[in-house]
Write a protein that binds this ligand. Sequence first.
Ligand SMILES: Nc1nc2c(ncn2[C@@H]2O[C@H](COP(=O)(O)OP(=O)(O)OP(=O)(O)O)[C@@H](O)[C@H]2O)c(=O)[nH]1
Ligand SMILES: [Mg+2]
Length: 301
Amino acid sequence: MGFFEKLSAGLAKTRNAIFGNIGEMENADRIDDEMYEELLEQLVLADTGIDVAEELVDKLKAEVKKNRLKTGAEALEALKGLITEMMTPETPFAPAGKPAVILVIGVNGVGKTTSIAKIANLYKNEGKTVLLAAGDTFRAAAAEQLTIWANRIEVPIVAHSEGSDPASVLFDAVQSASAKGMDIVICDTAGRLHNKKSLMDELSKISRVVKKACGEADVETLLVLDAITGQNAISQAAQFVDAAAATGIVLTKLDGTAKGGSVLSIKQKLGLPVRFIGVGEGVDDLMEFDPKAFTDALFVK
Ligand SMILES: Nc1nc2c(ncn2[C@@H]2O[C@H](COP(=O)(O)OP(=O)(O)OP(=O)(O)O)[C@@H](O)[C@H]2O)c(=O)[nH]1
Ligand SMILES: [Mg+2]
């Protein structure tokens, strides 16, 4: 399956339940209040959040007026442009440094470890040398889970015994990758709830120690959010952003929800760009987020 086919398949639920309906405006021969009301309602159903839905409709109204758009088809094209623009990051994802370090954080079960394997696979296929670091020393069998992935995609891993200090595992991994001249280290961490202060403090420490091992500029901290929880995930994210200075979002499980519209509000609400999206359980089911392709896939017929 090609990139676009996989993306479209992953967004099928969101498209079938919602964006397909919005796409119907293409057939309208005029633009009226009823169209705007219907659009607002559908966007809210897609879990964009009410404020982002209103913002989009207002922007569309302004664009229709400014450019004297007449038909539903013209309005739909304008809407697609606005959606793409809303999701486009200010800067591309380009982890730098030797090694570049990607620290992956988030609530329990959102898809951190699986996403790490998928991201590692992506970079390995680009010819980069990747090291995995088993920073979840808390959950039983977490390191084994990551080791299985490492073996499957054939990349090395640094793991300590269960219960050891997560910050020191990650420190060792970064130092080892640095000594070997590797390109990328991807660090797993234990899942934690945003309202557990001691665990959030531990995350701050992990983040500090990793930055000490290689330099702050070389660390990208990706917060993983589960698309199935939609706007709830976004409201839990602020504490993670504070505790570990997250720099981007991985949105997983888009294939499992009709509420993929939450992607539209992430940049607006968290001030962070979406960097990767997960569209399935397989190792190839993750892609770098491309706002234009994402928008096209929402409306493809
Ligand atoms: N359908 C689907 N399932 C996914 C996706 N990403 C992850 N999963 C599944 O989500 C489940 C949890 O994934 P993990 O990677 O173990 O999640 P985690 O955040 O590391 O979990 P903890 O370490 O326990 O906090 C697994 O069954 C994954 O296969 C995705 O994009 N789509
Ligand atoms: Mg995990």
